[in-house]
Design a protein around this ligand. Structure first.
Ligand SMILES: [Mn+2]
Length: 233
């Protein structure tokens, strides 16, 4: 049996729609899983049933994390949140961590994991962390745009066995102070935390780049999906 992976939907308010980038699904499928898109639902009992159905969870990219999750107000109009996602993901994440289910957070996902566990974020990199490194590239998104250093004592290094890698980058928020239960796994060339993990758990990883855009071309991106799915077996 292939593991079923619950994938959080992206939200389009204008179209009043949930939506999905095929790369999230295809990345999971290519690594041997069956992705299903979850509803945004705040009922604890419903979410615990989702936990029974799913062997792991993928926290996708999308809206900004509400600064209220880490005790701040939005600093400017660039911060656009989705309270429905924050609410569902908060309950789901807590239950999934409690049950030690594997969780992979991508882009918004790493930011959410950090915020919900007690860390803070740069709300807007251009305002709060001026840098010459491009973190918000234009399409195509499968082209690497900056490098990250991979920390040698991290499970990401155990997986990839390389000290630096080139990654794509499409984010305007980033981890600021790291949540106490997390450890760094990769840092960008200008010093932003771009991958984290939770050492107490089987597999709770976040990456700031986008393996869902690059897994077809890039072996390292593929390996991240494969490692996630391996832990979901
Ligand atoms: Mn970046």
């Amino acid at each position: 049996m292939k593991p079923i992976i619950g994938v959080l939907p992206l939200v389009d308010e204008k179209l009043e729609s949930y939506w999905m980038l095929p790369g999230y699904f295809k990345g999971i499928e290519s690594a041997g899983g069956i992705p299903i898109m979850l509803p945004l639902n705040n009922d604890e009992d419903c979410i615990s049933q989702m936990l029974e159905i799913c062997s792991g969870f993928l926290l996708t990219g999308g809206h900004d994390i509400s600064p209220s999750l880490y005790g701040e107000e939005p600093i400017n109009d660039s911060v656009v949140c989705c309270f429905d996602r924050d609410a569902t993901e908060t309950i789901l994440f807590k239950q999934a961590v409690e049950a030690d289910k594997p969780i992979l957070g991508i882009c918004r996902g790493i930011q959410f994991i950090n915020a919900v566990l007690g860390g803070t974020l740069y709300q807007d990199i251009p305002t709060q962390y001026p840098t010459t490194v491009e973190h918000h590239q234009s399409p195509p998104y499968d082209i690497p745009i900056h490098s990250v250093e991979i920390l040698e004592d991290s499970p990401l290094y155990d997986l990839l066995k390389i000290k630096t890698m080139k990654v794509n980058s499409y984010h305007h928020q980033a981890v600021r102070t790291l949540a106490p239960p997390l450890k760094e796994a990769a840092v960008s060339e200008d010093g932003l935390i771009e991958a984290v993990y939770m050492p107490q758990k089987r597999f709770v990883w976040g990456v700031q780049w986008h393996p869902e855009f690059s897994f077809e071309k890039d072996e390292n991106s593929r390996k991240i999906f494969e490692c996630f799915l391996h832990h979901c077996l």
